[in-house]
Design a protein around this ligand. Sequence first.
Ligand code: ADP
Length: 639
Amino acid sequence: MDEKLILLAEDNEEIRTFLQESVLIPAGYRVQAVEDGIAALAFAHSLHPQLVVTDHQMPNLTGLELAERLQRDLPEIPVILMTSEASKDLILEALRAGAVDFLTKPFESEQLLSAVGRALKLKRPRSPSSSINQDTRPGNGQLVRRVNELEALSKIGRTVTSVLDLDRVLTTVVEESVRLTGAEEGSLLLLEPESGELYMRASKNFDDEFARAFRLQVHDSLAGAVLARGEPVLLDESSPQKIKTAYLVHSLIYVPLRVHGRVIGVLGVDNRKAGRALAQEDIKLLTAMADFAAIAIENAQLYNHSNDQRRKLETILTQSESGLIVVDNENRVLLINPTVRSIFHVEGDCEGRSAAEVFDEPRLLSLLREGGDLNRHDELAFEDGRVFSATRTPIRGIGQTVILHDITHMKELDRVKSEFVTTVSHDLRSPLTAILGYVELIDRVGPLTPEQVDFLDRVRLSVEQITDLVTDLLDLGRIESGLDTSKEDTQLAVLAHYAVQGLKSEAEVKGVRLVTRIDSELPKVHGDPIRLRQMIGNLLSNAIKYTPTGGEVRLELSVEDQQLILRISDTGMGIPPKDQPFLFDKFFRASNVPMDTSGTGLGLSIVKSIVEQHAGRIWVESQVGEGTTFTVVMPSLTS
Ligand code: ADP
């Protein structure tokens, strides 16, 4: 019976016994087991086994060293190497040392048996010879080459993904192409679209000066033809060609470099000396290399593009006169621009710090704290006289932004205008008083015809309207100047009550229901009671005025987070969305107000000024035909 003899070298007794008793002998092999490398070498010499299966980590002589010695002395005996680590380097070394297979522990019995089966079928050279090398053992030579190629490709793969330095990636690609194909020189040529020429972007073994000056017309060069056709070319020894005017090459490969299906250049290797062939399979390798180069070029283009965009955005943000603050959902600062730094005198790095730490500005912080899905506006006034309009916008997935515009100049213009209006209004009062006085006197000096009485009534009504207007203008002037306030701790609920009482009969006459819901035990506010009552009165009288008979006007007052919330809503005609942004402007009246409705268009300007004088905010929500709600939020005194 032709039982094959296997020499098993393993220092671990347990594994040795298992492999011998339970795997190899039951499979029909004879086994000589030894526990160190030197013993294995000695037995190999004396027993001439058909196969050596050896562990790598062994005392005296490692498995790798054993394989090397056997390759030199007894090349006809194949060696299988077992190891507990499978690094690429070790695999390469094992293959170079002549091992025919490589098993990584733990492995299954079946894996060992099939490796043994394969190894025993291999035809090994019969005689010991020092000339045994990879060329005389093509199987191993090819494997080594393959592993080398894979190693190079994985190295370039890593470089491409981890390095943004395009020069380094492309140089690595060319160097590895030259190394793996065994060529003399290599180059990566890229097309310059403007000139239609190819230039050398990376090279190996070309003179630096030559590489820098290298230019090739696409239309009359071999590289140009590869670029145009998108197909690789291989020139072998049989057809030496002058591909670059300067010199002759004996063998050459050019492969196209593609980005998004477009050929943008050529990767090539060549030999100027005779006797070095390049093979068809090198094309495959070079094509893979070219793909890596193309990815790297594309990555670099994308990176440059996004870098450009980022720089543009950065320039816009830094140069912008508007202030920009971006915070995350926890109100931690993500970004602020230089304008914001100078407005709030922020120094140092503040990214990641909470907004409350960075900005010492209560109105800004309350704008940020409020959150919600809607934009909010506020004005921030500083002690040095500067005023900024602040707009908060939520950004989904990030947090929120606040954009600040300097409106100091506009505020100043507004103030000058108000001053002028106040002066003029004041001067109008005296002649108006005179007109009214004489109108009263006319019917005392003699009997009037009914027509004359009617005319006089109209004059009186008009004078009253002008007087209302003048009163409103004067009020507004005084409120805006901030001079007429006499603030005290006051109960908004009491003022609301008076305002409702004052308008009760007006509502009754019109047939509008007046409903109030005021929470008990509300905190006080620090404010001017006369102006606050005027504010509530204006909102209520508007609600009654713009609500038809049968409708309802509701006043609600409550407290939330130390803020008093006054809500006056009605079931009236509503305000068209396009008019809503201008509602608090002076003299503005919405487009749906009927012609004969009395009013000056100043009531809401007065309301807004009063609210702002009390550090509060006001906004409107309205649906045409359904109704309107004005909400006023005002800080309360802590009890
Ligand atoms: P007016 O004297 O015209 O009432 P206001 O400044 O008080 O001036 O109000 C400005 C405009 O806002 C009004 O002309 C009207 O178009 C609109 N408005 C105010 N309150 C309401 C409301 N409750 N319902 C509908 N429109 C309103």
